[in-house]
Design a protein around this ligand. Structure first.
Ligand code: DC
Length: 202
């Protein structure tokens, strides 16, 4: 059985949580494609050329707490504008999407560019203020020294870069179901996502 669920949306909208819950619900494998860009971004912070980094990624590069820092998130968003970096990551993502047993991929361009024929597409979003507050609480919980104002500024900067880029900009696919999680609990958002996918499965 092959079934691809594409989940796109801006930073901290709840994509990751929803994707994990949806993958668990349907028993599908999950790929957080942001990690690929974060791994490339992290390597550029060490001085590696981004195109070389994207061409030589290994599974172990996708692990580690350091990939979750705001610095790496910004570096990821910067390398993500480079067409050659994106191109180097396409085959891996498409192969994952068509693996036997079903797959959930979350990112920015899954429903539009990586898997335009995905059987189910969701676009998970929330206001910038709500997303920044969630990200702030997450980072503070991990003991990181950040301010609310800085996190909001970072979220807005990353949104602008992800949406305005020429290559695979962040936008909902025409046939995506949009879920705005601004005033939803996690449970409500997951329930809505599962129902939308069940409807697509027929
Ligand atoms: O989902 P995330 O916050 O981990 O993503 C980090 C950055 O990677 C994001 O700001 C833009 C980029 N990205 C992308 O361009 N395309 C994807 N499919 C996933 C992430």
């Amino acid at each position: 059985m092959r079934f691809t669920i594409a989940i796109d949306g801006p930073a901290a909208a709840g994509k990751g949580t929803i994707s994990k819950a949806v993958a668990a619900h349907f028993g599908f494998a999950h790929l957080d494609t942001g990690l690929l860009y974060r791994a490339v971004g992290a390597k550029t912070l060490d001085g590696t050329d981004p195109i070389d980094a994207a061409g030589s990624l290994r599974a172990e590069d996708l692990e580690g707490f350091h990939l979750r820092t705001p610095e790496v998130a910004q570096a990821a968003s910067k390398v993500a504008v480079i067409a050659e970096v994106r191109a180097a990551l396409v085959d891996f993502q498409r192969a994952f999407a068509r693996r036997a047993g079903g797959a959930v991929l979350d990112g920015r361009d899954i429903g539009t560019v990586i898997c335009p024929s995905a059987e189910a597409k969701l676009f998970v979003t929330a206001s910038a203020e709500v997303r920044a507050e969630r990200r702030y609480l997450e980072l503070a919980d991990k003991g990181m020294d950040v301010s609310r104002a800085q996190v909001l500024a970072d979220v807005k900067e990353r949104d602008a870069r992800d949406m305005d880029r020429a290559e695979a900009p962040l936008k909902p696919a025409e046939d995506a179901v949009v879920i705005d999680t601004s005033t939803m609990t996690i449970e409500e958002a997951v329930e809505m996502a599962v129902s939308a996918i069940k409807a697509a499965r027929g």
